[in-house]
Design a protein around this ligand. Structure first.
Ligand SMILES: [Zn+2]
Length: 228
């Protein structure tokens, strides 16, 4: 039940998307995105399914390659199909269970809307309980970099306790990692890995907050053998 997180490395896109941009909705050349996606599929040795992400909490059960669903999470209990979540500051959250895996797109809005709980519920329907999951919270914008207006911080804190934070400048901020880990813990997940990498501070990763017009990296999860 492996997972991986991509970076700019190994891709063909030209600046400002330089590298392995997997987003087909950001203005990059379609042929470049297609080649980058082909390379990712070759790396994991199976088809990769993407979503049209809308900052919601809808979860799709994916069992074969098919049309791109409008969703912010996918789960599967089928081996040989990789699920991808595209990000550039939002958290890619990757769920690994013995018989099912999932991916979720959790930024400020999706986290507050409950995409994590919705994904856990979908995995439970596929037989994977929170207690047996390993969950990776991949690279996302850190609290130090994620300044927001104070009223917004308060509103998100009301919905996601523990997410209120202070930025490096001492202003109101949101801690996506803390908020998501709190939601996972409350739901009964104990095995949680949190990436310390912040896209806004790491040139190897795409960051919308830093660059605006830029690409998307991905978190990927699949059932089946690990990739070399
Ligand atoms: Zn940061």
């Amino acid at each position: 039940m492996p997972v991986l997180v991509t970076s700019r490395a190994g891709g063909v896109s030209a600046p400002p998307f330089g590298g392995l941009n997997l987003g087909d909705h950001v203005g990059d050349a379609a042929a470049s995105v297609e080649e980058n996606r082909r390379r990712l599929a070759a790396r994991v040795g199976m088809p990769v399914r993407y979503m049209r992400q809308v900052h919601g909490r809808h979860v799709v059960v994916a069992r074969e390659p098919g049309p791109v669903p409008e969703a912010d999470a996918m789960v599967t209990d089928v081996a040989g199909l990789a699920l991808a979540v595209m990000v550039a500051d939002c958290a890619p959250v990757l769920f690994e269970g013995p018989t099912a895996v999932g991916v979720a797109h959790a930024g400020r809005v999706g986290m507050a809307e409950g995409v994590i709980a919705a994904t856990l519920a979908a995995l439970k329907e596929l037989g994977a309980t929170p207690e047996e999951l390993a969950v990776t919270v991949g690279p996302c914008v850190c609290a130090g970099c994620y300044e927001v207006p104070a009223p917004l911080r308060a509103e998100v804190e009301r919905r996601v306790p523990g997410s209120a934070a202070t930025s490096r400048e001492g202003t109101a901020a949101i801690d996506l990692r803390a908020g998501i880990v709190g939601q996972l813990t409350t739901a009964g997940v104990a095995n949680i890995i949190v990436s310390p990498r912040c896209p806004a501070e790491n040139a190897e990763l795409y960051s919308y907050r830093r660059d605006g017009r830029t690409g998307r990296f991905a978190g990927v999860a699949w059932l089946g053998p690990a990739t070399p």
